[in-house]
Design a protein around this ligand. Structure first.
Ligand code: S3P
Length: 167
């Protein structure tokens, strides 16, 4: 098995932490697409949104992911909004193994304070609006090959469950 494993799910569900553990266990390369875009642009995501706008970021996201999903032996962690674009969903489902990481809103809420400074999509929203976004977004994560509910699992355990599925 050398296909790219694509991790999707809402902001802060642990895509990066779990992806790193998974890549280490499989001896795959790990790439976080947000970090890749930030390095290319020499800017943080919040600044890309502020200076260039969300549409620009989404275009960059599409180009980056379309290219990276073709790689082999790679774990790709996508930004939580990437699957809003049908073109990204389609290419990932076709060329990669898509794993949806899911967390309950109660579990997720505890991470909110840590996420706020670096997540432009959450900024200026009330908790009710954020909860609405959380539930509305679940529809796009339904495009997957496997879903793992992470509430009661450590990142290592989630990685093991993914490995059992892909091997
Ligand atoms: C976004 C999620 C972020 C990042 C950007 C937009 C979103 O990625 O791509 O801030 O729209 O959900 P993470 O899921 O890694 O936080």
């Amino acid at each position: 098995m050398d296909q790219t494993i694509v991790l999707v799910g809402f902001m802060g569900v642990g895509k990066t932490t779990i992806g790193q553990a998974l890549a280490r266990k499989l001896d795959f390369q790990f790439i976080d697409t947000d970090q890749r875009i930030e390095a290319e642009m020499g800017m943080q995501t919040t600044d890309i949104f502020r200076v260039h706008g969300e549409a620009f970021f989404r275009q960059k996201e599409k180009e980056t992911i379309t290219q990276l999903v073709k790689k082999k032996k790679t774990v790709l962690s996508l930004g939580g909004g990437a699957f809003l674009q049908a073109a990204i969903r389609d290419t990932c489902l076709q060329d990669g193994i898509v794993i949806c990481l899911s967390l309950s809103f109660d579990g997720w809420k505890e991470r909110l304070d840590d996420l706020l400074p670096t997540r432009p999509v959450l900024q200026g929203k009330s908790l009710v609006e954020i909860e609405e976004l959380f539930y509305n977004r679940q529809a796009i994560y339904q495009s997957h090959h496997k879903k793992v509910v992470t509430d009661a699992l450590t990142p290592e355990e989630v990685a093991d469950e993914i490995i059992e599925f892909v091997l």
